[in-house]
Design a protein around this ligand. Structure first.
Ligand SMILES: Cc1ncc(COP(=O)(O)O)c(C=O)c1O
Length: 417
């Protein structure tokens, strides 16, 4: 029998997963034609496997819609695995970091200081000092941060602006209304005056509305609004002061049944227009993406280590769980708990059942909390201890966004192939 595309119980016939190199052959998952058990031989599960060529394909998809001169930044918070950051350094133009730790990671991966943006609502004086020493311009998110940047002896600062409008379709909204992120647009004049009074050049403007947005029209509108805001603020900055305008991103990926891959065309149009506006200010346009570049490149592999019946429900107990992948357990900002795309891979050591039964299972991890659950009532054929479960769309906000120390289990392995 030849290899088939991977399908997911209760999900769509996955768009893009054949492109990802994953397929299934006689109940066993394979990557680029090689059984997954062979790939991971000698490594322990649970393990995150990240694919270079899926990352590269996503970067290409984005590059195809970028206007000339628009910089593509990678937001390390989505996945800071050092080999992956290093790999992305060769594909993108810069990095966005949210702490001194991420900044050091970006510098160690070879990103140049002038191509690193450092945003985040709370920065310690020591972090601002490290940024100044490295030559990284800090993006201030409050009046006090502007003062702290000046006190550290920096010459320039960027300002993150909390625009007036909310991005409705975002999974996680981070601007509009009251927000811990950025300086309200109506206070930006005051912030600019403060920075200038302290001898700081305002060299960047940063607007970021929210993450995991699957509505291209909304993202396009947000980009238009960000560019308009930059045009309103720029005249106060003085000739030659502004070097870049970062209009954010928030491009989402489909995780759940019924969700569709994002259309990039409307975003392309908005970027084109924004690039012209920003060029007229003498600055470069920048977008920053995390999830969109890496989510589809990652698969979390976890083994079934036990099974049992309890009052009519069948449980499959895995060696991995919430402590490695809280997003897939529905505990990373999701309102409704729904399963990520999950596929079974029969262990290489056992033959297929003669008469395979399709049964419903609850997939749970090893932690003593009911939150540690990947799916309820998931229909699988011939699932047994020793088999692998593969959780797709796991390349972003996985290992580093999970409470790995909780209950003292081993951290997940991570491997870029
Ligand atoms: C300031 C900033 N930039 C970039 C990102 C990355 O967003 P995404 O992974 O949705 O592209 C985030 C996510 O929260 C963010 O807060």
């Amino acid at each position: 029998m030849s290899a088939q595309p991977v399908t997911f119980p209760r999900h769509w016939p996955a768009v893009g997963d054949s492109e990802s190199g994953w397929s299934v052959n006689e109940g066993r998952l394979q990557l680029d034609g090689r059984p997954v058990d062979d790939w991971i031989a000698g490594r322990r599960t649970p393990l995150y496997l990240y694919s270079r060529h899926v990352i590269e394909a996503q970067v290409r998809r984005v590059r195809d819609i970028l206007p000339a001169g628009c910089e593509l930044h990678y937001a390390l918070k989505a996945n800071p695995h050092p080999p992956l950051v290093q790999y992305l350094r060769g594909l993108v133009d810069g990095a966005d970091v949210a702490s001194a730790g991420e900044m050091q990671l970006a510098l160690a991966a070879g990103f140049a200081a002038q191509h690193i943006g450092f945003a985040g609502p709370g920065k310690q004086a020591s972090e601002i000092d490290q940024a100044r020493q490295a030559g990284v311009t800090v993006t201030a998110e409050s009046m006090r941060q502007i003062e702290a940047v000046a006190s550290a002896g920096a010459r320039s600062v960027a300002l993150r602006i909390n625009a007036g409008q909310q991005m409705r379709a975002s999974g996680m909204r981070m601007a509009g209304g009251a927000s811990a992120f950025g300086i309200d647009s109506e206070q930006v004049g005051q912030a600019v005056a403060l920075a200038q009074g302290l001898g700081l050049q305002v060299s960047g403007l940063h607007l970021y509305a929210g993450s995991q947005n699957l509505e291209a029209g909304q993202i396009a509108e947000n980009i238009r609004q960000a560019a308009d805001t930059a045009c309103q603020v720029a005249p106060a900055l003085g000739e030659g002061s502004l070097h870049w305008v970062n209009v954010g991103g928030g491009l989402g990926v489909p995780y759940f049944p019924g969700e569709k891959a994002l259309e990039l065309e409307p975003i392309a149009g908005a970027l084109q227009q924004a690039a012209q506006q920003v060029a007229a200010l003498g600055a470069r346009l920048r977008i920053e993406l995390g999830r969109y570049l890496v989510a589809e490149a990652g698969v979390y592999l976890t083994r079934i280590i036990d099974e049992k019946w309890s009052r009519g429900r069948h449980y499959l107990i895995l060696d991995g769980g919430l402590h490695h992948h809280q997003a897939a357990c529905g505990n990373f900002g999701q309102v409704i708990k729904r399963p990520f795309p999950i596929a079974l891979s029969r262990s290489s050591g056992r033959p297929a059942a003669r008469t395979p039964r399709r049964e419903n299972h609850d997939l749970v991890g090893p932690l003593c909390t009911p939150m540690d659950s990947f799916a309820r009532d998931l229909e699988l054929e011939d699932a047994q201890p020793g088999d692998l479960m593969a959780i797709f769309r796991s390349g972003a906000y996985g290992a580093s966004a999970s409470p790995q120390a909780f209950l003292g289990h081993e951290p997940a392995g991570e491997w870029l192939v």
